[in-house]
Design a protein around this ligand. Structure first.
Ligand code: GDP
Ligand code: ZN
Length: 294
């Protein structure tokens, strides 16, 4: 029997759904656990054999080596994160955007920062937002799912990669992914509409194939962030924009808040670190400081 290569896009109740040769096969992974002592994850590349070409049934015969593994959510082989906020409607909460970035930095995942709904922003607002994050070292994109602005560049950055998408609801995540895919892969609409439609289905992490070797990870509940487990002293390590300036701090364990001769504060004064990023850093630092220790 011939084997083909594929990717696990979903796992439900002992079944794995494998995207292979432009089809999705429902597979069991019987021998795999015993043979490899590894549990297959969404995102895993596998070899499978087709059991029934018409009913699209198959069997996973081999788990291929994992390039990487995310913990939250538990998914293999994710290449990058796409963090989407809107220029307006809803107004972007940069504090939340920074939390997403910190969470991705903790997992060492490269991040793209995307601002959607450029058509609704005041003149210059989208550029201003992008500059904050370009200065911090991130690749940024200013797009509109409505007018199509920036979508070609977005598509190029997604092509051939597996990307996890994060952002608050209503910013246009589904609209953007559908626009890039050229068909409806993700549901759009208001939250209440979606809750109504989704009432009777349990949702799981799922990869959507939007082109050859191009996958998008939609993770339900991913946008509700609880306080990450971290010591306040470590927070600064997840700000790429602090790395250069903190070499100039007088103290090696500088919190960049009250200490004299702080390179980070100097960089904020000189405009090399965005003041908004820094103010949000202080808020998060306070939050971690006040967190109850268990
Ligand atoms: P999600 O919750 O992040 O997936 O957001 P949706 O894709 O469901 O979009 C939320 C709402 O914003 C929908 O009514 C979309 O039609 C609208 N929307 C999405 N992108 C744009 C855009 O670029 N411009 C404008 N004006 N509206 C948009
Ligand atoms: Zn400092």
């Amino acid at each position: 029997m011939s084997e083909i290569k594929g990717k696990i896009i979903k796992g439900i109740g002992g079944f794995y759904y494998v995207n292979a040769a432009n089809c999705v096969y429902e597979c069991k992974a019987k021998g795999i656990f015993r043979k490899d002592h590894r549990k297959p994850l969404v995102g895993d590349d596998v070899n499978m054999e087709i059991l029934d070409e018409e009913k699209l049934l198959g069997s996973i015969t081999e788990l291929l080596p994992r390039k990487s593994e995310l913990i939250r959510p538990a998914v293999a082989n994710v290449d990058q994160a796409l963090i989407i906020f809107a220029v307006a409607s809803p107004q972007p909460a940069l504090n939340l955007l920074d939390r997403f970035l910190i969470m991705m930095e903790q997992q060492k995942l490269p991040c793209l920062v995307c601002f959607n709904k450029e058509d609704l922003g005041k003149s210059g607002e989208g550029r201003r937002l992008c500059e904050i994050y370009e200065k911090a070292g991130y690749k940024t994109l200013l797009v509109s799912a409505l007018t199509g602005e920036g979508l070609k560049e977005l598509a190029e950055l997604l092509e051939g990669r597996t990307t996890t998408v994060a952002g608050p609801s209503g910013v246009g995540k589904s609209s953007l992914i559908n626009a890039v895919a050229g068909r409806e892969v993700m549901e759009t609409g208001t939250i209440s509409e979606r809750i109504e439609r989704g009432k009777h289905t349990t949702r799981h992490s799922e990869l959507f194939c939007i082109g050859s070797d191009t996958f998008i990870l939609d993770t339900p509940g991913f946008s509700s962030l609880d306080l990450f487990a971290m010591e306040k002293e470590d927070l600064g390590n997840f700000y790429p924009d602090f790395i250069g300036p903190e070499k100039n701090c007088r103290f090696t364990l500088c919190s960049h808040i009250h200490e004299p001769d702080c390179g980070v504060k100097a960089a904020v004064e000189e405009g090399n670190i965005s003041r908004e990023r820094y103010e949000n850093y202080k808020l998060l630092y306070e939050e971690l400081k006040n967190k109850r220790k268990y």
